[in-house]
Write a new protein. Structure first.
Ligand code: PRX
Length: 654
């Protein structure tokens, strides 16, 4: 088996409980006909075309799919605009004055934008971008906290055909700069600051630092979120306040007629090398995929209030706060701050305040809530909830059942949704009105999606066995390429097995065909559901003048899923010290961002390597997780890892 099994994975595979569809829920579910799977499988193209017909097209497509492996094109010849579909399409309907975005600021301020309001703000900002010379095809980087201007900016870009590249506000100046340079963005949109646990995050300062090394940026647009307390300064001629820029802009802006395959956005994600890759999503397929899955998986009804707690800086926020929900005419909540500010009941207070019906979060958050205790959700009326979802990492059955019981009141189905930045849309998930749930299983590929579990040679593994998860036919929202690096696209996803999309995840199917996701099989780790590359953290460490070599691993962690442990070899003459440990941790934060801060740094005279010089991370994981050492016969010098184990044992006790 390809994945080493931690205790939580063992528990997952022994899980036997079943949760049938609650009767009341099943009666009203959007998808009630089990025939949908067969219909989709019989003719997937006709199936997706039927979904696409529900959207607005300036010109209908000529052909649904062109598949020249590994390059897919969907809805060829079609013309449409994503912002038109998310906004204008609703304005002639009773949705016009319905809440599109319900925003809650961390300090307790709030703002509701109806579809009409959002349309107006998007048009004004789209006109503002045009006034800065932004044209179809120009890239725009967005580095904002979770405030309404973030989706407004994204939709404004989509309206004029300028691909956006949203960079999570927790990334460092350096990470931001690398992403701007890779995409050669002309405009950067940021804010003076943002709020996090009552303190101010100085985004503008990081933006200034980033732009110094990013010559493609001509203008910086700055949202005033925090005000004078932010300490932000404006650079004459380069920086413009958002509120001044939109003043006097026309209230409408004709949408650009985009080709189905025109780029909608780039989103950088960590891969198996030190350099993040720009995942490219295009217009029609992405819209069709996110629109369809939002309706099926979240079972959204016109009157629902829906809340996905992700940050829009990640793909979950792109697909399931902004594009999928708005294309579906939903009321989508966005929250700026932390779950424990001012107290550990903030999420539950928000659910009560807005009477949230559908709630979507990450297993790491659920495990944190479990640890905090039931008293926090008990303080609030959560009876409005009718469906719960999770995403981002495997969910252990214990957390699943806690979520079902203490948040869902034993009446809400829990949909565990598997997907990736690259897939753009949910691919493996229950249909909540049809699927009998098993805690910890993402259940089955959605209608129109074909997945398999294969062995090293690419042969399908019979039910009951484990291997690598692959997707066996193209799907509408799949990434089209890596920005500026088509070879990497081919190599990364399509070279391991001919014509099969390699996900990088291990999986098992049980005797009934349910899929159980077992975590990454490559050098990608998931820390609190954030995706990081061990190589990227290693590069950051080696960049420090004291470090000769480093190896980073994800160690199983009860709350975070994985925790970052870095083994570091110092240069000759450099002394180990607790100060140096702190300095190295800080160095990683400066290079990448706080999400990549190693939890533990272990100094070692040498790293265990094979005779060909490859670092044996598996053994480092054994050391970090306190397991008996696995096979060491391929090591150049087995004494190295034994010494490390002895030393680590001592440090563990210290
Ligand atoms: O390992 C899988 C894990 O997250 C990876 C994708 O990370 P990212 O691109 O950041 O997207 C996360 C949000 C879509 C996958 O390769 N993953 C995501 N969802 C699940 C999951 N692992 C198990 N179960 C899930 N539901």
């Amino acid at each position: 088996m390809v994945v080493e099994r931690s205790a939580s994975i063992e528990a997952l595979l022994e899980e036997r409980r079943r949760f049938p569809v609650p009767e009341e829920f099943g009666k009203r579910a959007n998808v009630r006909d089990p025939g949908i799977y067969k219909r989709a499988a019989r003719n997937p193209e006709a199936f997706w075309a039927r979904v696409a017909q529900e959207l607005h097209w300036f010109k209908k497509w000529d052909r649904v799919l062109e598949w020249n492996p590994p390059f897919a094109k969907w809805f060829l010849g079609g013309k449409l605009n994503v912002s038109y579909n998310c906004l204008d399409r609703h304005l002639d309907t009773p949705r016009k004055n319905k809440a599109a975005i319900i925003w809650e600021g961390e300090p307790g301020d709030d703002r509701v934008l109806t579809y009409q309001d959002l349309h107006r703000e998007v048009c004004r900002f789209a006109n503002a971008l045009k006034s800065l010379g932004v044209k179809k095809g120009d890239r725009v980087t967005i580095y904002l906290p979770m405030i309404p201007e973030l989706p407004i900016a994204m939709l404004a870009c989509a309206r004029i055909g300028a691909p956006h590249s949203v960079v999570f506000g927790g990334f460092s100046a350096e990470s931001l700069r690398d992403r701007i340079n890779d995409s050669q963005a002309k405009i950067l949109i940021t804010s003076d600051g943002g709020y996090r646990r009552g303190t101010i995050v100085p985004l503008k300062r990081s933006a200034d630092e980033a732009v110094q090394g990013a010559p493609s940026v001509e203008k910086v647009v700055v949202v005033r979120r925090v005000g004078d307390k932010s300490g932000a300064t404006m650079q004459e001629g380069r920086d413009l306040w958002w509120h001044e820029l939109v003043q006097g802009q026309p209230l409408t802006c004709p949408p650009e007629e985009m080709d189905s395959e025109d780029m909608l956005y780039i989103l950088y994600t960590s891969g198996t090398t030190g350099k993040p890759k720009g995942v490219v999503h295009t217009t029609a397929g992405y819209l069709v995929g996110t629109y369809a899955t939002t309706r099926w998986v979240f079972d959204l009804k016109e009157e629902d209030t829906y809340w996905c707690t992700a940050d829009i800086g990640w793909v979950t926020g792109h697909s399931y706060i902004v594009y999928g929900p708005l294309a579906s005419g939903a009321a989508s909540i966005m929250y700026e701050g932390a779950p424990d500010f001012p107290d550990r009941d903030r999420f539950w207070a928000i659910i009560e305040k807005y009477r949230v019906n559908v709630f979507y979060t990450a297993p790491t958050a659920i495990r944190t809530f479990m640890r905090w205790g039931e008293e926090y959700p008990k303080r609030h009326d959560l009876s409005s909830l009718r469906l719960l979802g999770t995403v981002g990492e495997p969910i252990n059955p214990e957390a699943w059942v806690w979520y079902w019981k203490h948040i869902g009141g034993e009446r809400c189905p829990v949909v565990d949704t598997w997907w990736q930045t690259e897939t753009g849309m949910i691919l493996i998930s229950p249909l909540p009105g049809l699927t009998t749930l098993k805690p910890g299983s993402a259940t089955f590929p959605l209608p129109g999606i074909e997945a398999d579990v294969v062995d090293e040679q690419g042969n399908s593994v019979p039910l009951g066995g484990g291997g690598y998860l692959v997707i066996t036919r193209p799907w509408p929202a799949m990434l089209r390429t890596i920005y500026g690096d088509p070879d990497r696209y081919v190599k990364q996803y399509w070279s391991r097995y001919p014509n099969l999309y390699f996900t990088g995840d291990g999986a098992k199917r049980d005797e009934e065909g349910y899929f159980w996701l077992l975590g990454r099989v490559d050098d990608v780790i998931k820390v609190s559901a954030h995706r990081l590359s061990t190589m990227e953290i290693e590069s950051a460490l080696v960049d420090h003048s004291a470090v000769a070599e480093s190896a980073v691993i994800g160690k199983a962690d009860e709350v975070k899923g994985e925790a970052i442990v870095a083994f570091v070899t110092l240069k000759n003459g450099v002394n180990q010290s607790p100060e140096l440990i702190n300095e190295l941790k800080q160095h990683v934060v400066r290079k990448i961002g706080a999400i990549a801060r190693p939890e533990q740094i272990i100094f070692t005279a040498e790293l265990p390597k094979t005779r060909s010089g490859k670092i044996m991370r598996r053994l480092l994981r054994d050391v970090a997780e306190g397991r008996a050492l696995g096979d060491t016969t391929t090591l150049a010098d087995p004494a190295v890892v034994q010494a490390l184990k002895d030393k680590y044992g001592e440090e563990g006790e210290a």
